[in-house]
Each structure stands twice: as C-alpha cells, then as structure tokens.
Design a protein around this ligand. Structure first.
Ligand code: IMP
Ligand code: MG
Length: 178
C-alpha cells in the first residue's frame, strides 16, 4: 500500500498532533456538557475513534452514513442518507465529525438536517479542510490542517474503497488511476 503513495501530505506524527489539538479544543468548549459526536461514515471513522478517545469527557457516539460521491473523484450532486441516527437530537449538543470538507455539500446538508430536527447546537469538526473546492459556505467550527486541492487518501480517505487504513495522508501515484 505504501508503494502506491507518491507523496505524504501529513505524516502519522502530524496526524496525531492535529487530532490532539482538536480534541483539546472540544474538551475545553464542551466541559460540563454531554454532546453527541456523530461519525459520518465511512471516511470519518478513523479520525472519529482517535478523536473521541482523546476527548476524555462524557459523550454519546452516533453514526450516520451519507453519500455525495460516486466511486471515483466527482461529486454526484446530492446527499443521500444511507444510515440514520439511532437517537433523537432534540435539545442536544451535536458535533458532526467529518474526514474532510471539500465542496461543503455533505456538511451543509447535514447541518441543516440536524438543526431542523431540533438540536440545541450543531457544530462541525473536520479533520482536514480543502478550501480550494468550497461551493457551500458552511462554518467549520473546528478544522485540522488545510490541504491542497489534490485527491488524498489515508486516515479514512479512500480511493475506490481502498487506502482508508493508511495511518497518514498522501497522494497516490498517477499510474494507480490509469
Ligand atoms: P463534500 O461534500 O464535497 O465536502 O465532500 C465530502 C466528502 O467527499 C468527504 O467526506 C470525503 O468522503 C470525500 N472526499 C473529498 N475530498 C476527498 C479526497 O481528497 N479524497 C478522498 N475523499 C474525498
Ligand atoms: Mg466522507
């Protein structure tokens, strides 16, 4: 798997530092509350588990599966709910956990949905931020490193379902796509 990577964008060490910083910020801001962390499957799964372990305060963990991408690069144009939450979010403090914010379509749709369901607050934590492709101007309350406008894999991010379990973030060699 490592042989397919052309360059590393964030090393395993840099990933750990970024996650620890985000967890510390959240722990500070949500002290005394019991927020619901919502993992946006599947991409956020790796980040989500590391983040909640580093959070060290009461929290509920929930999972949603939505899709806005096909099996390649391009956005398919809409967000579908494939797996919904198991509990109501009414009057709850909700933290949506995403792997990366790209066009913003997924997070824009999810924020609106959860607010509409009566959450007390809805905030977003995204491991990576790719500002170069933003179409929907969603407020990313907590964001890790900004990344260049390239297709990335690793630490949850996939290409055709593969590479999510790389412990770092990188760019694939061009021949992998051909
Ligand atoms: P958005 O709705 O356009 O912001 O896209 C969000 C989703 O697209 C992310 O949760 C990822 O699953 C996927 N995505 C965006 N950029 C990349 C990338 O560089 N590599 C892999 N998946 C990506
Ligand atoms: Mg995703």
């Amino acid at each position: 798997m490592d042989n397919d990577i052309e360059k590393v964008i964030l090393s395993e060490e840099q990933v750990k530092t970024a996650v620890a910083q985000l967890a510390a910020q959240l722990a500070h801001d949500y002290a005394g509350k019991t927020p619901i962390f919502i993992c946006v499957l599947k991409g956020a799964s790796i980040f989500f588990t590391d983040l909640v372990k580093a959070y060290h305060q009461p929290a509920e963990l929930e999972f949603m599966d939505v899709s806005s991408y096909g099996d390649g690069f391009e956005s398919s144009g809409e967000v579908k709910i494939i797996k919904d939450l198991d509990i109501p979010v009414t009057n709850r403090d909700v933290i949506i956990v995403e792997d990366i914010i790209d066009t913003g379509r997924t997070l824009d749709a999810l924020t609106e949905l959860l607010s509409h369901r009566g959450a007390n607050s809805v905030k977003i934590v995204s491991f990576l931020d790719k500002p170069g492709r933003r179409v929907f101007q969603v407020p990313v309350d907590y964001a890790g490193p900004k990344v260049p406008n390239e297709f990335l894999v690793g630490y949850g991010l996939d290409y055709k379902g593969v590479y999510r379990n790389l412990p770092y973030v990188g760019v694939l060699k061009p021949e992998i796509y051909s």
